[in-house]
Design a protein around this ligand. Sequence first.
Ligand SMILES: [Zn+2]
Ligand SMILES: [Zn+2]
Length: 237
Amino acid sequence: MEIKVLFDSLALDKRFITGWGVSFLVDGRILFDTGENGNWLMENMMNLNVDIDEIKAVVISHDHFDHTGGLWELLKKKEGFVVYGCPDFSREFKVKVKRLKGNFKEIAKPREIAKDIFVTAQIPGEYAGKFMPEQALAIKTNNGISALTGCAHPGIIKILQEIKKILPKDNFYLVSGGFHLMEKERRVCELTVEGFKELGIKFAAPTHCTGKEAEEIFRKKYKENFIGVKVGQILKV
Ligand SMILES: [Zn+2]
Ligand SMILES: [Zn+2]
């Protein structure tokens, strides 16, 4: 399967708009997060020949603007769009989706939302002292499990352990997204990379709120299996 990077802070070339947040398109049919701005996301989609009508649903990892920001423009373009969120997303979020005629669906427990594409259901996390539930995406292919995360506020290792419970027989392949290590001490970053190795993750593609220092640690440890994420890139899983 292919994962297209639609939004992030770096790009393959100047045609693409960059900003804060992430957005990935899995196999042309499932969108994961929407970056911080709808017009920018649309522009990138156009340049990447993404057909909105082919997208079956959007999965929102958590209720932060850099992951939900592009959603509103998308809902204006496609009425009745299925939006998978966590039960504990804010009321404000759910009302806004409804107002824009989106079809909000809560993921109460881990679920295969499309063939070989799974959502973890909400994992409790915290951000700035506040409760912040978050869900992640798992993709099953012949190579193994690949995972996408938004900010990983519950902790990236915790998220990966939850994914392993859903697909206990499969090995990990690639993990990408925000790992939220940017305010963490170096030791915590190192332990996280060790955790990745213990979980048998073959390719690491950290981005967004992972932080430059943690990304460097991943790069050193993963060498040629480290992937720097950029808008316009296609991750083959
Ligand atoms: Zn974020
Ligand atoms: Zn966040």
